[in-house]
Design a protein around this ligand. Structure first.
Ligand code: BEZ
Length: 210
């Protein structure tokens, strides 16, 4: 199944390190990051899971739940969790889905047979509280993800959902933003009474709205 931006995130019920997860019910009114790992007891994944656990308060402050997945079973996940705590100095603090039958991996197209026909690649999905898929990134197994980038996109999505703005290249929370081209200057005056810098009629830069 191919999933595209704007699609409804498929629901599932699957075992995890936090018990059986009914995905839509579990994510509730929160944003959600769902991400897959090729395999348990692998070095890059170990560092990723430790780092994401350290970001707990960052995700919480953005009303975002995190859930990981790999194609191994629950007993491997439990053994691996102990290794993560030992080597990364932090206990896993979000559920890890056990997907030995590939139910969720197939539902989310996380197995790319030309890369590996049995293991999941490093997929990342951001799903909004309406269960819409808002971001998809796919990394190769050999490259650990940049979760600061994932947080940056989450900030951008939450900001641009609220205001008629888009975020420019390499934007970080607090930087200037761009007024969406669809907003007329007349309407922009109401929304941005302190004005903006017009570099071109289609490129209007404004301070980030609060
Ligand atoms: C890793 O997570 O370390 C890894 C997994 C599969 C292939 C290469 C590295």
């Amino acid at each position: 199944m191919t999933i595209r931006l704007g699609d409804k995130a498929p629901d599932f019920s699957q075992e995890s390190t936090a018990g059986t997860i009914n995905f839509h019910e579990w994510s509730g009114d929160s944003w959600c990051i769902l991400f897959s790992h090729p395999k348990d007891f692998t070095p890059v994944c170990t560092t990723e899971l430790g780092f994401v656990s350290k970001l707990k308060s960052e995700f919480e402050s953005r009303n975002c739940k995190v859930i990981g997945l790999s194609v191994d079973g629950l007993s491997d996940h439990e053994g691996w969790s102990a290794d993560i705590e030992e080597t990364q100095g932090v206990a896993l603090n979000f559920p890890l889905i056990a997907d030995p039958d590939r139910t969720v991996s197939n539902l989310y197209d996380m197995i790319h047979p030309n890369a590996n026909d049995t293991l999941t690649v490093r997929s990342v999905f951001i799903i909004d509280p309406n269960k819409k898929v808002r971001l998809i990134i796919t990394y190769p197994a050999s490259t650990g993800r940049n979760f600061e980038e994932v947080l940056r996109v989450l900030d951008s999505l939450q900001l641009t959902d609220k205001h008629k703005v888009a975020t420019p290249v390499n934007w970080k929370n607090g930087d200037d933003v761009i007024i969406v081209p669809a907003l007329s200057n007349e309407d922009a005056k109401e929304r941005f009474p302190n004005g903006w810098k017009e570099l071109k009629p289609y490129l209007r830069v404004v301070a980030q709205p609060q």
